[in-house]
Design a binder for this molecule. Structure first.
Ligand code: AMP
Ligand code: MG
Length: 487
């Protein structure tokens, strides 16, 4: 069986071949005692892998880069990035590797990538390792995002390495096997731009256009087309984060893709009580990446992307800047349109409804939710019940009942579609206390809580008996939530 899986799935090396200046050939560290903790079977099948093979000792070694097909050319990718606003010229895959690209049965090219596979030349002071908790967190949250129909990198597997890793305490080491439509980041372009090698920058941009935004080829200025396409996918992505209450936590330019997929789940969290200023990351002291700042930061990061590719947009710097600024001006409008459209859907209202009617309804509702710090996810889910005539669950969570009743009357007069609401307002999200509980158990060797949580968040819109506790906000005893950068 292993022969079949090896011979049918070719590991291609497009990035390694097209962009050798940004790809350091490297090998994953040998794991002393690899043990498969989680395997994403539907994703494995989508990619053309035989799940039984991936469960075999040989398959597990493939998943961590210890037994690769002969043609594979694993590389550590170079990139730069603005971290919390400060530019770092050389970041790159310090503990990660691109194993190669694979074309699944659907013909779509995807990166197969490792996190926690040992030190690379980009490791700086890092140990190159990752541990079970944070890798499983990325697995759970990215799969939850996917189930919420939000573009994201996917997680194929988490494998414990059998190596103890020094953090505050000794923790079990692990490798995450990640799948993405690519790992090209805004920071990849910053890196290419900083080399002053215009030919390299052009090759990188052409590579990105071919993989993600082929329609730019048909445009008069394909690099301006690339910029516009990245602005569009990011405006839509961040609107979707905002609509589900997702706080990424570390929106550095090296953690922003040009494909429009969410990437790098470190100190991320789903908001519970509605608070636009919500920050969860322990290292985000100034609140730069707070919930409400996410669209602004995305726009800031896109400006860094525009600067990086400006020399491709026009030979004349002034003209390049004018064109880039015009494109960037489209971000706010596109973000607002995507967000507003999503809000109308959350309220069960038709897309075609008059803005003058829908806009004040949305604004007034959010004010009521914010004033009460109502649980964002359950509040919107309970509005579906209110659309069916059962207003109590939603009423029970707001403070200003008179205002809410008046709001309900205006909204119900528009005959909101409750079934449509249930298809966009999730009941199960990876709540912070549930994620922490699952990671703590997994670190002790018990995967059951993680398996149950994955089952709940993997089908987030369908209410199921027995999963009541997965829909509830954190108990008081959980306290204010802080996340730590995933190491
Ligand atoms: P992140 O915060 O995960 O986006 O990572 C930022 C940078 O730090 C990237 O260049 C990573 O490869 C690098 N990095 C993070 N943790 C480690 C580690 N334990 N060992 C080596 N490099 C690391
Ligand atoms: Mg990163």
């Amino acid at each position: 069986m292993s022969d079949i899986a090896h011979s049918t799935i070719a590991f291609e090396g497009h990035f390694a071949r097209d962009l050798p200046e940004m790809a350091v050939p490297w090998r994953a560290e040998e794991a002393p005692e690899p043990q498969l903790l989680a395997l994403n079977e539907p994703l494995a099948v989508e990619l053309g892998f035989e799940p039984d093979f991936l469960r075999s000792p040989e398959g597990v070694r493939l998943l961590i880069g210890n037994a690769l097909p002969e043609e594979a050319t694993p590389v550590a990718q170079a990139y730069s990035g603005h971290q919390f606003g400060w530019y770092s010229p050389r970041l790159g895959d310090g503990r990660a590797l691109l194993l190669g690209e694979i074309a699944g049965p659907d013909g779509k090219l995807r990166d197969l990538h490792l996190k926690g596979s040992g030190r690379t030349p980009f490791a700086r002071n890092g140990d190159g390792q990752a541990v079970v908790g944070p890798m499983l967190r990325e697995y759970i949250v990215s799969e939850a995002m996917h189930a919420l129909n939000i573009p994201t990198t996917r997680s194929l597997a988490v494998v414990a390495t059998g190596r103890a890793v020094q953090r505050e305490t000794l923790l079990p080491g692990a490798v995450l096997t990640r799948v993405a439509s690519s790992h090209l980041r805004v920071g990849s372009f910053q890196y290419a731009r900083a080399t002053n090698d215009l030919e390299l920058l052009r090759r990188l941009a052409d590579h990105a256009i071919e993989r993600h935004h082929p329609s730019a080829v048909g445009e008069a200025n394909r690099y301006l087309g690339l910029l516009e396409a990245v602005i569009t996918v990011q405006a839509t992505l961040v609107a979707q984060w905002m609509l589900v209450g997702f706080v990424h936590g570390v929106m550095n330019t090296d953690n922003m893709t040009v494909s429009g997929e969410t990437i790098d789940y470190g100190p991320c969290a789903f908001m519970e009580g509605f608070d636009p200023g919500a920050v969860y990351s322990s290292i985000d002291e100034s609140g730069r990446y707070a919930y409400r700042n996410q669209p602004l930061i995305a726009e800031w990061n896109l400006a860094r992307f525009a600067e990086s590719i400006a020399p491709l947009i026009h030979d004349d710097e002034e003209q390049a800047v004018a064109l880039a600024v015009e494109a960037l001006n489209g971000f706010r409008q596109q973000y607002s349109a995507a967000w507003f459209s999503g809000m109308k859907a959350k309220l069960g209202l038709p897309e075609s409804i008059d803005d003058g009617v829908a806009s004040p309804l949305v604004d007034e509702l959010l004010e009521l939710v914010q004033e009460a710090r109502a649980d964002y996810t359950s509040f919107f889910r309970s509005l579906g019940k209110a659309a069916r005539g059962q207003a109590e669950p939603a009423r029970g969570t707001v403070l200003d009942l008179a205002a809410f009743d008046a709001w309900l009357e205006r909204w119900r007069a528009l005959t909101p579609d409750a079934n449509a609401m249930d298809r966009v307002n999730p009941i199960y999200i990876p709540r912070n206390h549930l994620v922490e509980e699952a990671l703590a158990a997994a670190t002790e060797g018990d995967m059951d809580p993680a398996v149950r949580l994955l089952a709940a968040v993997g089908d987030p819109f369908k209410e199921r008996p027995g999963l009541e506790s997965y829909a509830d906000p954190a108990p008081e005893s959980f306290g204010p939530y802080r996340t730590f950068c995933g190491t």
